[in-house]
Design a protein around this ligand. Structure first.
Ligand code: SF4
Length: 255
C-alpha cells in the first residue's frame, strides 16, 4: 500500500519499500540514505536502488574506517551503479583534535571518545543533512536497548525538525539476513569474522557468541546507553516504548 500522508496511514505497519517509495516520491533529491554499509544499510541500498535508480546514498568517511568498508563501497558502486557520496570531517578540526589528545584519544575516556565521534561523525553528518527534508537510516529497535524506541518515522529535533525515516525499525536481525541471502546482497566481510556491528577500525571488534550484538563497539567501555556515537539522538520514548509519530501537516512534514 502506498503511503499518501503520514497521518492517514500508520507508518509503523508499512513495508520498508513503501516508506522508501513515499519518501522518494515526495522529496526526490532532498532525501538521502545515510549508511555505514552495515547489514541494515545494505538491505536499504538494495531496496532503494530497485525503487529509485538515482537514490542518493551518503556515507561518512571518518578517516578511521577499515579497508574492508572501502571495498564494500566499491562493490556497491559497481553492482548498483551508484555514485556514493562520501562526506569527510573538517581537516582543521581533526588536526586540532589529534594535536590535543593524540590519534587514539578515544581509549582514554568516554568524554574523549565522544569528542572524536563529534569531530569525525556528528559534525560531518550535520553538514551533510543541511538542505535535506528527510534522511533514511538503518536503525532497528533490537540493535541496542538505546534504540528500543526507534520509530519508522521520526521528527529529528537535533537537525532542524527534518524527518528521519527508519524503514527497518521493527525488523529483526534474522529478517535482515534473510533479505541479504534472498537477494544476494553484498555485505561487509567483517560479518564472516564474528563482527555483529561495524564502525571505525580501532573502535570495533568481533563479539563472542554470548555477548550483546553491539558489545564490539567501543568494547573497552562499560555497557550502557552511552554507547552511541551521537549520530542518532533519541527523543524520550512514550509509555509503550515508542516515540509518537509526527502528525502530517504543513508544519511537521517538510515541503
Ligand atoms: S568510532 Fe572511534 S575512531 Fe570513529 S569517530 Fe568515534 S571515537 Fe573516533
Amino acid at each position: 500500500m502506498y503511503l499518501e500522508t503520514l497521518s492517514s496511514k500508520d507508518a509503523e505497519s508499512e513495508r520498508p519499500e513503501e516508506v522508501l517509495e513515499w519518501a522518494f516520491g515526495r522529496w526526490q533529491r532532498r532525501v538521502a540514505l545515510f549508511t555505514a554499509f552495515q547489514a541494515e544499510g545494505m538491505v536499504l541500498v538494495d531496496m532503494a536502488r530497485r525503487i529509485d535508480p538515482d537514490v542518493r546514498v551518503v556515507t561518512i568517511d571518518t578517516g578511521r574506517l577499515p579497508e574492508e568498508t572501502f571495498r564494500l563501497i566499491e562493490e556497491v558502486r559497481e553492482r548498483y551503479g551508484l555514485a556514493v557520496e562520501i562526506v569527510t570531517p573538517d581537516a582543521g578540526e581533526v588536526a586540532e583534535l589529534v594535536a590535543g589528545g593524540g590519534p587514539n584519544l578515544f581509549y582514554r575516556s568516554v568524554a574523549d571518545r565522544r569528542a572524536c565521534c563529534r569531530v569525525r561523525k556528528v559534525a560531518p553528518l550535520r553538514r551533510a543533512l543541511s538542505g535535506l527534508a528527510a534522511w533514511i537510516t538503518g536503525q532497528r529497535r533490537d540493535q541496542a536497548p538505546s534504540r528500543a524506541g526507534v520509530g519508522v518515522v521520526e521528527a529529528d529535533a537535533e537537525h532542524g525538525g527534518i524527518l528521519k525515516l527508519n524503514p527497518l525499525a521493527y525488523w529483526t536481525w534474522e529478517e535482515v539476513w534473510d533479505y541479504i541471502r534472498l537477494h544476494e546482497v553484498p555485505y561487509h566481510r567483517f560479518y564472516d569474522r564474528g563482527y555483529t556491528s561495524i564502525g571505525c577500525a580501532p573502535c570495533t571488534r568481533a563479539v563472542r557468541p554470548w555477548e550483546d550484538r553491539r558489545a564490539g563497539r567501543w568494547w573497552w567501555e562499560e555497557p550502557g546507553a552511552h554507547k552511541e556515537c551521537g549520530l542518532h539522538v533519541q527523543a524520550p520514548a512514550a509509555k509503550n516504548g515508542r516515540r509518537p509519530l509526527p502528525q502530517a501537516s504543513a508544519a511537521t512534514v517538510p515541503a
